[in-house]
Design a protein around this ligand. Structure first.
Ligand code: TMP
Length: 241
């Protein structure tokens, strides 16, 4: 499927990981630091990020047994809802922010679909990649931070801090283990974009690592941008007097 991508000056950084990996906390900390450094930052999440996508999130994640009691959700229904929400989010929030030159920090994105609906639910990965392209118009993260914790630690953390329990929290540990291994496989396949970070230490320690990885990435992005500008200037024919 052909996709058209607009040129843009912002950067998309996504946070990924199993439940309770600490990505939301780390995303907020990074946003504060980047703002202090003078960057324009947009914080957002998936599924969600727009009014419509947040309504889809409610349907998607509402705990079993909530009223009105609904029938079990099929894997196809789940993935179609996620991608419907992503399409709204990319079009109405992420792309405009990137066009405006912001750094967009997104709590989960396309890699979650491959890990949860692909590696864990068993839907075909090639099909999911194609569907992702439909929903995103071909938009891919510039950098992804994968916060790694063992499944059991993540689930305990979520319960301990009374974090919102969603429908997928109620999946078996085998399911979450498949998600964890899925993320590992994705990182192994794209080590340039997906940086693995140990999410187990104290949040302050994890934040230092996040800062160092993002700092190195931003320096590289600035140098690359400068190179592009310089070569465009060099390619211009000299003005005749
Ligand atoms: P969280 O962002 O609070 O962790 O919750 C989002 C839930 O949605 C989480 O259980 C993972 C799930 N999810 C998918 O299964 N596929 C996706 O593509 C995304 C973005 C989220």
């Amino acid at each position: 499927m052909a996709v058209r991508r607009k040129s843009r000056s912002g950067l998309l950084i996504t946070f990924e990981g199993v439940e309770g990996s600490g990505k939301t906390t780390q995303l907020r900390r990074l946003a504060t630091l980047l703002r202090q450094d003078g960057y324009r930052v947009v914080e957002t999440r998936e599924p969600g990020g727009t009014a419509t996508a947040e309504r889809i999130r409610e349907i998607l994640l509402s705990k079993p047994g909530r009223l009105p009691v609904t029938e079990p959700m099929t894997a196809a229904c789940e993935v179609l809802l996620i991608l419907a929400a992503r399409s709204q989010h990319v079009t109405h929030v992420i792309e405009p922010a990137l066009q405006a030159g912001s750094i967009v920090l997104c709590d989960r994105f396309s890699d979650s679909t491959l890990a949860y609906q692909g590696y864990a639910r068993g839907l075909d990965l090639a099909m999911l990649r194609e569907m992702n392209r439909l929903a995103t118009g071909g938009l891919e993260p510039d950098l992804t931070l994968l916060l790694e914790v063992p499944v059991a630690s993540g689930l305990i953390r979520r319960r301990k801090f009374a974090l919102e329990q969603n429908r997928l929290d109620h999946e078996t540990s085998e399911f979450h283990e498949k998600v964890r291994r899925g993320f590992q496989a994705l990182a192994a396949g794209d080590p340039k974009r997906i940086k693995r970070i140990d999410g187990l230490p104290h949040p302050e320690t994890v934040a230092l690592e996040v800062r160092s990885v993002v700092g190195a990435f931003l320096t590289k992005a600035r140098v690359n941008r400068l190179r592009t500008v310089m070569s465009a200037l060099r390619a211009r024919p000299p003005r005749s007097r």
